[in-house]
Write a protein that binds this ligand. Structure first.
Ligand code: SAM
Length: 350
C-alpha cells in the first residue's frame, strides 16, 4: 500500500502525548490548586497567572489544556471560569474528585510537571535542551551520539508525513530551503516531485551527517528520479538563529517554531522573511492550537510534551500569522491538514 493511503497514525501519537496532559491535570489539581483560585468566580488570564505565579509559556500550555479537558472555559469577556465539570475539582463541592486524582499526586511525572510549570522549564538546563541549539548551553544537537538519537527518533514521523507535505507544497523549478531540516525527508520527497528543482537543508553538522546517510538510502530506493536527488541537495551546516540564510523561493519550517519561545519565533519569522525572494513563500508544518486557545485536546497534549522537552510549545495559527505580518509577509487563511494532528499554513512575500 503506498504510504499516503496507509492509516493516519494519530491514535498512536495521541496516546503517547496524553501522558503529558495527564501530568498537567494532576499538577493543576493537586500541586497548583488551579481550580480553588476560580471557585469564587471568573478571573482574567493575567490575574490567574499572577495568583498561580506562572510565566506566559506555562500558562499558555496549562490553560488551553484545561479548556480542552472541558474543566475551564472562557466567558464572554475572555476571563477563565470553571465549567460544571471543573467544579468537581473544588474543595467544598460534594462530590469532588480531588482525593481520587490525588492518589496519583506523587507520580514522578506529575511532581516534575508541577516543578516545570512553576519554573517555566526544568530546574537544570546546564546539559542543554533537546532539539535546541542556542548560546545558553551546549546543545545535544552538536553531540554526535545524542543528535543521532534525536534525529533518528524523528525519522519515522518524517517518513510518514513527508510525502503528504511534499504533495501540498508548491510545484516549482526553483529552490527550497528546509530550515532545521533534520532527517531531510521533507526535502527528498519534494525534490522527487519537482525534478528540476534544487534544495538546501540547513541544520547542525552532526544532524546533517545522519541526513546524508538517509539520503544514500533514499537515492538507492529505485523510486523514479530518486537517483538525481543527491546532486540537487546542498547540506548547509549552520545556526539558523545567527547565520545568514541563503536566498530561496520556498522556505519550509517543519516542526521548528514549536521548539522555541515566542520572542525567538518572531525573530525567526523575520529572518526567514529576509531569505525569501519576492514572490516566494514561507510554509510551516506543525500542530496548531485553536485561535481561541482552548484546544484541540490532541494539540494541548502535544503542547505539554513540547513544554516538557523543549523551549517551546504549540502555537495557534493566529499567533503564527501575527509573527508573519510583523515580518512583512502576507499570511493566507488556508489550513491544510496533513496527518498525526499536523497541518500546513503559508505566507507570501510580495
Ligand atoms: C524538532 S526537529 C525538526 C526536524 C525536521 N524539520 C522534522 O520536522 O523532522 C528540530 C531541528 O532543529 C534543529 N536546530 C535546533 N537549533 C538549531 C539552530 N540554532 N540552527 C539550525 N538548526 C537547529 C535541530 O538540530 C533539529 O534537527
Amino acid at each position: 500500500m503506498p504510504e499516503n493511503s496507509s492509516p493516519d497514525l494519530a491514535p498512536i501519537t495521541r496516546h503517547l502525548r496524553a501522558m503529558f496532559g495527564s501530568r498537567l491535570l494532576i499538577a493543576a489539581v493537586n500541586h497548583l490548586a488551579v481550580f480553588e483560585e476560580l471557585r469564587n468566580g471568573p478571573l482574567s488570564v493575567s490575574e490567574l497567572r499572577h495568583r498561580l505565579v506562572l510565566n506566559e509559556r506555562p500558562a499558555s500550555v496549562l490553560f488551553p489544556a484545561l479548556c480542552a479537558m472541558e474543566l475551564l472555559e472562557y466567558n464572554e469577556t475572555g476571563s477563565l471560569q470553571l465549567t460544571d465539570l471543573g467544579r468537581h475539582l473544588v474543595q467544598g463541592h460534594t462530590p469532588n474528585l480531588i482525593g481520587y486524582v490525588g492518589l496519583e499526586k506523587d507520580d514522578p511525572g506529575a511532581v516534575e510537571m508541577a516543578v516545570r510549570l512553576r519554573n517555566d522549564g526544568p530546574l537544570d538546563t546546564s546539559q542543554g535542551v533537546s532539539f535546541v541549539k542556542d548560546d545558553d548551553a551546549p546543545s545535544p544537537m552538536d553531540d554526535a551520539e545524542l543528535s543521532r538519537m534525536f534525529t533518528l527518533g524523528l525519522a519515522g514521523r518524517a517518513r510518514k508525513l513527508s510525502p503528504i507535505v511534499a504533495a501540498n507544497l508548491p510545484k516549482s523549478n526553483g529552490h527550497l530551503l528546509d530550515v532545521a531540516g533534520g532527517t531531510g525527508f521533507y526535502t527528498f520527497e519534494w525534490l522527487l516531485l519537482n525534478q528540476q528543482a534544487t534544495a538546501t537543508i540547513l541544520d547542525r553538522p552532526a544532524v546533517l551527517a545522519v541526513a546524508s546517510e538517509l539520503l544514500d538510502e533514499f537515492s538507492q530506493s529505485g523510486r523514479p528520479g530518486a537517483e538525481t536527488v543527491r546532486e540537487r541537495v546542498t547540506f548547509r551546516a549552520g545556526d539558523m538563529l545567527t547565520d545568514e540564510l541563503p536566498n530561496t523561493d520556498i522556505l519550509l519550517a517543519a516542526s521548528l517554531f514549536h521548539d522555541w519561545p515566542t520572542e525567538t519565533c518572531q525573530m525567526l519569522a523575520t529572518r526567514f522573511a529576509t531569505a525569501i525572494r519576492p514572490g516566494g513563500e514561507l510554509w510551516v508544518h506543525d500542530a496548531f492550537l485553536n485561535d481561541a486557545l482552548d484546544g484541540p485536546l490532541a494539540v494541548t497534549d502535544y503542547s505539554a510534551q513540547l513544554f516538557w522537552n523543549t523551549k517551546g510549545r504549540c502555537y495557534s495559527r493566529q499567533e503564527y500569522r501575527q509573527w508573519f505580518i510583523k515580518a512583512g509577509l502576507q499570511p493566507t487563511n488556508e489550513n491544510i491538514p496533513t496527518q498525526m494532528d499536523y497541518g500546513l499554513i503559508r505566507a507570501r512575500k510580495l
